[in-house]
Ligand binder design. Structure first.
Ligand code: GLU
Length: 308
């Protein structure tokens, strides 16, 4: 059997919280148990929100938790050329098209459609309304001309055309239960249409989360994607892209989310208690493992609070 490779892939757009710690530890533990490799990837394509201080904090938090990646982190912002090459391939297959509406225009069109139809707009699994226009609302020639003229655009996947190329609903392997090494079962019930014509790139950020995660998992030889249950619904888009590009699909494991005392998902943007803040408040790395219900590694047993 080939060596297991897994990765922790945070975005340096805020400080890590307990949920990230759980994910990072589960990835590192799984690699260790299987004699595999644990990688760190910095998903920093959004230059407006990612900052070097958050990246430094990620490295510090990982060291504090006793987690060591097998190689220096892959930083996505250094690899835009890899994503551009894949976009070119999808474009040559006729599967992506540029659109030019601003966010405001899209929001207004959604409201207008809701009023006209008297029903709420269909939303994607993340809760965003589906793109209210279609590929046929403008000719390919007009799209190419507006793009060549330098207008701001986003590149969308033509979902119906993509599913036609693949020919059947994508099927992939997902582990059941709490163990990322547990036996996988086939998943095929998820509907990629639910995502509509997803954005794969923008003029100013020539990639997207969906595209870069798929390209990097393949380039880095990731065999097991271990991440939070909040990303489970995105897997169908990732597997679809893998099929279109002829890439292997890793085994997926979506772990439980760590909730706050009120039962809400932790979030960087809602000021969830960060690992950094817990450390500053005198919480030890050992206590983090204990709070997460994870066995404390011997190197951290008896670790002292470390003031920063
Ligand atoms: N960068 C994503 C996040 O921070 C995780 C990507 C993944 O694990 O697929 O939520």
């Amino acid at each position: 059997m080939s060596t297991l490779v897994c990765r922790f892939a945070p975005s340096p757009n805020g400080y890590l919280h307990l949920g990230h710690a759980f994910s990072a530890i589960l990835n590192a533990r799984t690699a260790e148990r299987a004699g595999g490799r644990f990688l760190l990837r910095l998903e920093d394509i959004d230059s407006a929100r990612c900052r070097p201080e958050y990246e430094r904090a990620i490295l510090e938090d990982m060291a504090w938790l006793g987690l060591q990646a097998a190689e220096p982190p892959r930083r996505q912002s250094a690899h835009f050329a890899d994503y551009a090459a894949v976009l070119d391939r999808l474009e040559a297959m006729g599967l992506i098209y540029p659109t030019f509406e601003s966010r405001g225009e899209i929001a207004r069109a959604v409201v207008a459609q809701e009023e006209a139809r008297g029903v709420p707009a269909r939303r994607d699994p993340d809760g965003a309304p589906l793109y209210p226009f279609s590929r046929t609302s403008l000719s390919d020639v007009a799209r190419a001309q507006r793009r060549a003229a330098g207008e701001a655009f986003v590149l969308r996947l033509d979902m119906a055309a993509a599913l036609e190329v693949v020919g059947a609903a994508p099927v992939w392997q997902e582990t059941q239960g709490d163990d990322p090494l547990g036996s996988p079962a086939a998943v095929q019930h998820m509907d990629a249409h639910a995502w509509g014509d997803v954005v794969l790139a923008r003029r100013d950020t020539p990639t997207s989360y969906h595209l870069s995660v798929v390209v990097d998992d393949a380039l880095q030889g990731v065999t097991h994607v271990i991440r939070g249950a909040d990303l489970k619904a995105a897997s169908v888009v990732h597997v679809l892209l893998q099929r279109l590009l002829g890439l292997p699909s890793p085994v997926y494991h979506h772990h439980r989310l760590i909730l706050d005392e009120a039962g809400h998902k932790l979030s960087k943007s809602h000021g969830a208690t960060s690992l950094r803040a817990l450390r500053a408040a005198g919480v030890s790395a050992q206590e983090i493992y204990e709070r997460l219900g994870l066995a404390v590694p011997s190197c951290l047993k008896g670790s002292q609070a470390q003031h920063i």
